[in-house]
Ligand binder design. Structure first.
Ligand code: GLU
Length: 298
């Protein structure tokens, strides 16, 4: 897998929405923050369409992303990368991890994982550990399957995901992983990552040869991204990205996690809660200048 050179002088930023709904004010905030910081640091700004979820992503939402961003007046550099067109790149990364015996097939359903975690809780009388998003850690059921049995089940077409063997990955990686956080003024602090808190994360889903974590890491490297600006909701998951960058020998960008916009009830804006979309605001006569002013980017 070729990685882009990092010795080009200009920083590279990216905005990476998923076309599984229309953009709302939270997306606008993230895109405008990327625009602001790219300008401030003399960088380029790329657009990436994160459409690996073939069931939920739709062409009309992708079209909507382009319309909304053009309306906001945000200009992107160079070609747009659509993840669904690059599954080979993710497969190549999986092959590299496979060659180091760092991934394994897992045949468990979500329900089975829940039940296994509940059983462990009953057995031990202790709460089963959860990942930073609150989901029970994978109890490792398929990690110990004899390779010939796992291989047979894969060959027979049984549905499975591919998981990172986090214990082995941490051993391979050795020691602490640190990365650089930057603030809006460009000041940098080094922080430690704790990827092990996530357990054996999924790196390839049942239906596609990647997961969000793997695709984002591979793409940031292939696109030469030097500065990742995204919401605080992705701060904890970045620790997984750090681990993958180390395992795949890819450069680690600097990161900035911006605040999340909240609705009147104090909840994070989300497509799933039908937060008012940019298109609706536009239909109500709100202008792009109004949005910029409202979000502090006038
Ligand atoms: N595609 C992700 C989202 O829409 C963002 C990914 C990222 O910034 O790394 O939430």
């Amino acid at each position: 897998m070729a990685t882009s050179s990092r010795n080009c002088d200009r920083p590279v930023f990216r905005f990476a929405p998923s076309p599984n709904g229309r953009l709302h004010l939270g997306h606008a905030f993230s895109a405008l923050m990327n625009e602001r910081l790219a300008k401030r640091f003399g960088g380029r700004l790329l657009l990436r369409i994160e459409d690996i979820d073939v069931a939920r992503c739709r062409p009309e939402f992708e079209q909507g992303i382009h319309e909304d961003l053009a309306w906001l007046g945000i200009r992107f550099d160079a070609a747009i990368r659509r993840q669904s067109e690059h599954f080979d790149d993710y497969r190549a990364a999986l092959d590299r991890l496979q060659a180091k015996a760092l991934i394994y097939p897992c045949f468990c359903s979500r329900g089975q994982i829940m039940r296994a975690a509940e059983l462990k809780e009953t057995e031990t009388g202790q709460p089963w550990p959860r990942d930073p998003d609150g989901a029970p850690l994978y109890p490792g059921t398929c990690r110990c399957l004899p390779p010939h049995e796992a291989g047979k089940r894969v060959a027979s077409g049984e549905a499975h995901v591919l998981r990172l063997a986090m214990g082995r990955a941490a051993a391979e990686n050795g020691g602490e992983v640190r990365y650089r956080l930057f603030d809006e003024a460009g000041r940098v602090t080094r922080v430690a990552a704790a990827p092990a808190l996530w357990g054996d994360v999924v790196l390839a889903r049942k239906d596609v040869p990647t997961s969000y974590h793997l695709a984002v890491v591979v793409d940031d490297a292939l696109q030469g991204v030097t500065h990742v600006v995204r919401g605080r909701d992705l701060e904890a998951a970045t620790d997984i990205h750090l681990m993958l960058q180390h395992l795949l020998d890819l450069p680690t960008p600097r990161y900035h996690f911006h605040r999340l916009l909240q609705d009147e009830t104090g909840q994070k804006l989300a497509k799933s809660r039908m937060s008012e979309g940019l298109a609706e605001l536009r239909a109500h006569g709100i202008t792009a200048a109004d949005i910029r002013a409202r979000l502090g980017f006038a």
